[in-house]
Design a protein around this ligand. Sequence first.
Ligand SMILES: [Zn+2]
Length: 415
Amino acid sequence: MSQMLIIGNLYKRIDLNDYFNTKRFSSSREGILSIDNNIILFCTLEKSLKDKQFHYNDYFENDFFRWDSQNPQHINTPMIQKMVRGEVDIYMFCRIFDKIKGRSQPFVYCGLLEFSEHFENTSRPVHIIFESIEYQDNPNLKLKEIYDWRPSGKRINPKRKSVSYKISKRKKFSNLNNVGNYSIDHAQIRERLLRNLNYTCQGSELGTGKCDVQLKEHPEWLYLHHINGLLSDNSPSNLRLLCVSCFQRQPLNNKIKVPPGVIHEIDRKRAKISSDVKKRVSNKNENPYENDLNEIIQTYAVNRAIKVYENSMYVVNKVSSDNKFNLLCDKKGYQSRKILVKGSIESGEVVTLNKHEVISARDQSSITDLFIVHSITVEKVDNKFEAKGGTIKHLQNWVPSQDDLTPIQYNYIVP
Ligand SMILES: [Zn+2]
């Protein structure tokens, strides 16, 4: 099974646990589910067998999807309000029948929706029009059935006007997202590239960070990326084989949903590559302690940060080992800034923070900047190690959010 949600593909509820990093799909039969910053809508279009209430009319009208909430909901229900205010990504799953010959039917993934308007005179249920921002011009057969489905004549509420007056915003998206369809030989081209590259990600070539992760045991995590966004353009200069983590960081693919577990596993493999490199560096050179090496890298990064702040006319003070931040920068007429510096030979997408650093950065009474120098190289010059190069990532007014933190150690109270 592919790890991305693909528009037009079939999914059972239980398949979705991995995508949204939850177990709630296993037990829930709700038509609407709120998980983190996502709302997942499940719609069974044909309801005539189930209930006679004609007001449940959910169906596509071109780029728009008309939807009735559950009976008790109204426009001010918190979950509905989240959608109205655009605070959540809305994932749409549809099927025509819930069962065929007694067998429960999977849902077709219809892409993301955005709230467009609600009908003023409706409440409990509230009637909402969503825009289908990933509406497909060339839907596959399953999706076309969903798009084309209409409630039978007498069940359409006569008070409902058509949405044909609405103009889709979708055209705006078309420049941003991939266009066209994959060519017929897409799968073969990918297979060939997998073999030629020995299942190795080419992310490093695209400037989204260093990645040479090899995924022989998970070829399904490697995708064929079309640099210019034209899915039919298979010229070699337009193609790169990317792991899902690199793939979703390409601007054209940013709406793609990847299970967090997969990203963590790829991060882990990447970190292993860098630590192997580190070992090779140290073995080659009379075994300096890894700590020494880390200190050289960190000192180098701190010095780079000092230069940057001094160039901005700050008075820079080094803070001695109190574990919270590295520099305190003052400038007349400005609030002082705490600078946390992280030097790394790795790609800088993940840095390790200790507890004190997180608490300090979250302290609302002061400002913290995170100053990362990543992809630093270490060379031996005249029997001494020297750090060189590296790329600066400078996050000003930085507050680490809980979502971006992964625990890597626990204190366990032994019972
Ligand atoms: Zn990669």
